[in-house]
Design a protein around this ligand. Structure first.
Ligand code: ADP
Ligand code: MG
Ligand code: MG
Length: 873
């Protein structure tokens, strides 16, 4: 294979082979932009080098040929003692890994060529400055010498001067010092042979692919570890030649807000590294207009060309050498969520892209970010510390240090922030009660982080500067501020900030827009147009999981086209527990029926409210799912109560407690998730499902709802479904109400026998929470905190299968069920109601396997709409 490409040979679509930097340098070269000449060694060469522990055959010759070509074009030879060509050796992988990999500038300098460079440039200071930079970067990058040693040497020399105040003689001395550092640290002399310098740098760039920080970064960003990096060899241009030279970075629009304008930084008399390293203060790019008007205007023109060509926001690195502008890098730039939406629509209005492409330029995750409330800005003087932004949102409340206290205060209607060193499963009730969670230990996969994200709760974790003392109920900051229980704190899960006191929260304008209030602003207008287009192209309908009329109404405002899951279990809580207890304690059919008769009108009222809120849209109601003992009092509490009551006879309340205690013991299960629940419960307790079906039918009759869908949970065999269905159909027929009867597919056996089950089901809805749990054999309530962090670190999966559908396993079962179900019953309605219904990647998967709809929490409905649209493009 060909391992080396001249910049004139590549183009922007060759990122796999040339890396992003190389592909875009080639693209700019082809656009006739002023790019210093150079060539790219492919990622394939890197993969060979890393895989075989050596350079591939033929590479050396190719590099030599391209170098010779470069030399003849530049009319200089690499490291020539009279008029040296210098080059940079730059890493550049397919995905940008900022600051992770290596670059060496000024290759080709040695004790002879430095004099040639001084003579040719007429600038001795510049020549020695370039030489010391080479030894410094080469020493650090290629020879693995601690960079601080060089930093310290230059700082000592500078005293309180700026680096630009150093004179040729100073720098010449510094070169000697640096050489000494190289000798003592690496046991060898700094290599003087230019080609050897270049070859060693190329190897170092290849090796840097596997440097620990690069490995870690890739794991976090889910970049595959086998890609390798390309190497770019680029003729040097010099920003450190004096005041008429400099280097800078620029964006074609503001990556923070999307605003059009000139954004960037410029540094006079400097080389590229200096801008990022912050050794001197940069000036805003606008000032280049005064410093060098011609270069400034040429730069603006090039930025316009690049935007027009890439049809997107670009970021740019450039250098000015004695008034001549050079382009050193460009790429489509990263941006915030807000900027993404605004820029996409600006580009549509400028005629650069169409609406379809605009929809692909934004993501559901970005939309979700825009929906969180935020803190008003300008409160930084109250910031206590910054931890990790584990789960977004802005939360304000009184600091509490135990779950019990969180629950207690929340019950009184107070907002609390649960502060812990780290959380564990016992803190669940406290986390639910709190507005937000703050921990001083643990990373983004810690218990607190994982659970908070699952609940959509704001969380800042790993705020290590905080000394949390749970027993004293306070935490302390490094500057000695003490925050006691009850003191108000504010935490920002979007950026990890922790504030003392109440920072004002502003509602997201995007949520206001979805709620039907239409604030006038460019961001909202952009969201509106993008959502409209996504809706017009998507094949999937989007429904919501909603149990109450309030949730249902919000879901509709957010664009839900129906309810995909109404859980009925909450209808058995609160005051109604008493009725459930009667049901469980019933010893005769008459007693049981009496309890059911008491529940029925309450259920009817629940369903009536829901049907009214949805006004004719489809509503899927799942018959009761959890094990009944979940509705009974806690075993310990009850035992204590019974024991304290003694054994006086004839006390009715105490008798009931005794019978309840027996029932609790009788119904106790080792593995409740695999126990008496779902359809099993319906079959075990005669009349329970029938009562619910009657309530649904009555409510449907009353409201004229024509699209009620009755859903049976946890079916594993068609026989289970048939028994329930026959009874339900008889009730519906008797009451003259039309409703669909279908089932959840959440037990692996149901997926595998979907062809049979479809005989008895008018629709399937994938319950992917249970399906994931049972397919992997993971207990969802236990595994996430116990070892998912470890699994993520080990790369066993890149994302929790409870967050995003595991396509290979769980997804395969879904595919089988969809195909075989529809083979039996063409047109079988298919949906998903697990939490995955609001996860972007899972929405795409549901589109791929041809589901009719996804159902998710009301707040995620817009995200699902957008992703369903994106899935078609
Ligand atoms: P990174 O990927 O970390 O940005 P780069 O390879 O882009 O590293 O190089 C680091 C700095 O050196 C950048 O500011 C870049 O513009 C500058 N640079 C790289 N090659 C040259 C060159 N041939 N001439 C002048 N400056 C260069
Ligand atoms: Mg760069
Ligand atoms: Mg389930």
């Amino acid at each position: 294979p060909k391992y080396v490409y001249d910049f004139t040979e590549g183009n922007k679509d060759l990122k796999d082979l040339l890396g992003g930097k190389g592909a875009n340098l080639a693209e700019m070269t082809n656009l006739d932009l002023p790019v210093p000449p150079g060539f790219t060694i492919t990622t394939e060469a890197c993969r060979h080098y890393l895989g075989h522990g050596g350079m591939p055959d033929g590479l050396d010759g190719e590099v030599a040929a391209h170098l010779a070509d470069l030399e003849s074009r530049m009319r200089k030879r690499l490291g020539d003692s009279d008029d040296p060509l210098l080059v940079s050796v730059r890493s550049g992988a397919k995905f940008s890994m900022p600051g992770m990999m290596e670059t060496v500038l000024n290759i080709g300098l040695n004790d002879d060529s430095v004099l040639g460079l001084a003579k040719q440039s007429g600038n001795e200071r510049f020549a020695w400055d370039s030489y010391r930079r080479l030894i410094q970067m080469f020493g650090k990058t290629v020879l693995d010498i601690d960079g601080d040693l060089f930093e310290r040497a230059i700082d000592e020399l500078k005293g309180d001067r700026e680096d630009t105040d150093l004179e040729a003689a100073d720098l010449q001395r510094l070169v000697e010092t640096y050489k000494g550092i190289v000798r003592s640290q690496s046991g060898r002399d700094f290599p003087t042979d230019p080609r050897e310098q270049m070859d060693l740098a190329i190897r170092a760039v290849f090796d840097s692919w596997n440097a620990p920080r690069a490995v870690l970064y890739r794991r976090q960003e889910r970049i595959p570890s086998g890609l390798g990096t390309a190497v770019n060899v680029v003729a040097m241009v010099f920003g450190n030649l004096g005041a008429d030279s400099g280097t800078g970075v620029a964006f074609t629009r503001d990556p923070g807000s999307g605003q059009r304008g000139v954004y960037g930084d410029y540094l006079q008399n400097a080389q590229g590294e200096d801008v990022v390293a912050g050794i001197r203060n940069t000036v805003p790019l606008q000032e280049l207009e005064k410093i060098d008007t011609a270069a400034y205007h040429e730069l603006l023109e090039i930025m316009a060309t690049l935007e027009g060509h890439y049809r997107d926001l670009c970021d740019i690195e450039f250098t000015v050498e004695r008034g001549k502008l050079w382009m050193l890098q460009t790429r489509v730039g990263k941006r915030t969520a807000e900027a993404a939406f605004r820029i996409a629509i600006q580009l549509v209005d400028e005629g650069l892209i169409g609406m379809a492409e605009a929809v692909t330029r934004v993501t559901g995750d970005q939309l979700a970010q825009l929906m969180f409330p935020r803190f008003a800005t300008g409160e930084d003087n109250r910031r206590l510390t910054t931890g990790m932004n584990a789960s977004p949102g802005a939360a304000v409340g009184k600091a509490v240090f135990t779950s019990a206290r969180a629950v207690e205060l929340a019950a009184r209607g107070e907002d609390v922030i649960l502060v812990r060193r780290e959380t564990n499963p016992d803190d669940l009730s406290g986390m639910i009660a709190a507005k937000g969670v703050l921990t001083s230990r643990g990373g983004k996969t810690s218990h607190a982080a994982v659970v908070a994200r699952g609940m959509g709760k704001t969380c800042v974790c790993g705020a290590e500067e905080l000394e949390v003392d749970v027993s004293a109920r306070r935490f302390t900051t490094p500057d000695g501020t003490v925050v006691e229980e009850g003191d108000v704190v504010s935490i920002d899960g979007g950026n990890g900030a922790v504030y003392l006191g109440e920072v004002p929260v502003v509602a997201s304008p995007v949520v206001e827009y979805f709620e039907g209030r239409r604030p006038e602003n460019e961001l909202v207008a952009a969201v509106d147009r993008i959502m409209a287009h996504a809706d017009s192209v998507r094949a999937l309908a989007v429904r919501a999981n909603a149990d109450t009329p309030e949730d249902a109404a919000r879901a509709r405002r957010f664009g839900a086209q129906g309810i995909g899951l109404c859980r009925t279990e909450h209808m058995f809580l609160g005051d109604r527990r008493r009725l459930v207890e009667d049901l469980i304690l019933a010893t005769t059919p008459e007693e049981r029926q009496a309890a059911l008769d008491a529940l029925e009108p309450l259920q009817t009222a629940d369903f009536t409210g829901l049907f009214e809120a949805m006004d004719g849209l489809p509503v899927t109601i799942r018959l009761i799912d959890p094990p009944l003992h979940e509705f009974l009092p806690d075993l310990t509490d009850l035992s204590v109560r019974v024991a304290l009551a003694g054994d006086r006879a004839g006390d009715e309340a105490r008798d009931k407690d005794r019978r309840l205690l027996e029932a609790v013991k009788r119904l106790h299960e080792q593995n409740p998730m695999l126990g008496l629940r779902g359809v099993r419960l319906g079959l075990a307790i005669p009349g329970l499902f029938a009562m619910q079906v009657r309530a649904i039918a009555t409510a449907a009759g009353r409201t004229g709802a024509r699209h009620a869908e009755i859903m049976i949970p946890l079916v594993g065999a068609v026989q289970e479904l048939e028994i329930v269905r026959e009874e339900a159909q008889a009730i519906l027929a008797e009451m003259g109400v039309d409703a669909l009867i279908g089932t959840m597919i959440e037990v692996p056996r149901a997926a595998l026998t979907a062809g049979q089950i479809a005989e008895a089901a008018q629709f399937f809805s994938f319950g992917t929470n249970d399906l994931t749990q049972m397919t992997w054999g993971f207990s969802r309530d236990d595994v996430e905190s116990a070892f998912f962090g470890k699994y993520l670190d080990l790369g066993i999966f890149g994302v929790s299968p409870f967050e995003s559908i595991d396509r290979d396993g769980v997804g395969r079962l879904m595919r089988i069920a969809a195909e075989e179900g529809r083979r039996t019953r063409p047109g079988l309605k298919l949906g998903i109601c697990g939490e995955h219904g609001g996860d972007p990647d899972s929405v795409h998967f549901c589109h791929e396997i041809g589901l009719d709809y996804v159902s998710c929490s009301p707040f995620r409905v817009p995200v699902a709409r957008l992703e369903a649209g994106r899935a078609t493009l």
